[in-house]
Design a protein. Sequence first.
Length: 350
Amino acid sequence: MLFRQLFDSESSTYTYLLADDRSREAILIDSVFERHARDAALIRELGLRLVATIDTHCHADHVTGAWLMKMALGSKVGLSGTYGASHVDLPLAHGSTVRFGDEAVEVRATPGHTNGCLSYVTGRRDRVFTGDALLVRGAGRTDFQQGDAVRLYQSIRDQLFTLSDDCAVYPAHDYDGRTSSTIGEEREYNPRIGGAAREEDFVGYMRNLGLPHPKQLAVAVPANLRSGQPEDGRAPSSPSWGPVVTTYAGVPEIGPEWVALHRGEVRVLDVRSQAEFDGELGHLDGADLVPLDDLRARATALPTDKPLVVVCQTGKRSAMGAAILLKAGMTRVANLPGGMVRWRDLGLPS
């Protein structure tokens, strides 16, 4: 099974991508609205078909990207039916199964942090995605959103600590850079519920955390009850000047065929050397030559009346060129993937 752990530094949220190697069907767990372009790019580059975007609970510290994935990739939205959220295609409950190709995750109800918290256990029971129920050396707070320390103690003890010691624990959050743990580790070392901790020990600990409410609480919870759909019902706008696609590496790119058909609508910036510009691969008609080593110094002097398409030999130096221009404040910028090599291979005019 293909597995990727992704991170949002703003909310300290982990997002998980799981895919079946044979069918290439995939699911995404605990996506983040602002990381939609990154996650969609990874799914596209790995050749996956996203069948479901599922959340462990109704988050209070970030907005889910589930609705965006549904709009962009046609994936179903999964969340506990307890919340009654809109746009949910898979109202999940204890004992439900979410399948993707030959793989699946089993749904276990683990309420306590909120009343609709779910954990997802892989078919081989070698991984469990615990949301905010069980964290690495911690547990989700229980002081708002129908939180209940007694229920959380029971959830962890009965649904998570019954898994094998070597089952890997992947939480929805960590604020100290810890990426994962195991059930055995948490059963022994978790300071809130590990060792010989009894219910009254756990409850007493949780009731005295004294944490401030999440900064995004007032925004995130209502948005997540809409599965992440913005209030106006509109997805964030894409660049209007052309079909720009952002890669998993964060590089905005535009296809050479489109550039060839719309050559008069963009400015082409070639960041190769003069010798390469005049060499065997040739160059695009009307392209401006600014070698990459000079680009930072000259960026602010470049014309901005048209979008800038950056090109080099293979698309690598021009990717850095696009990054330099974006950092200089230009917004209508895209790299030409494959550069002049691909342009020539496609038989486009130069």
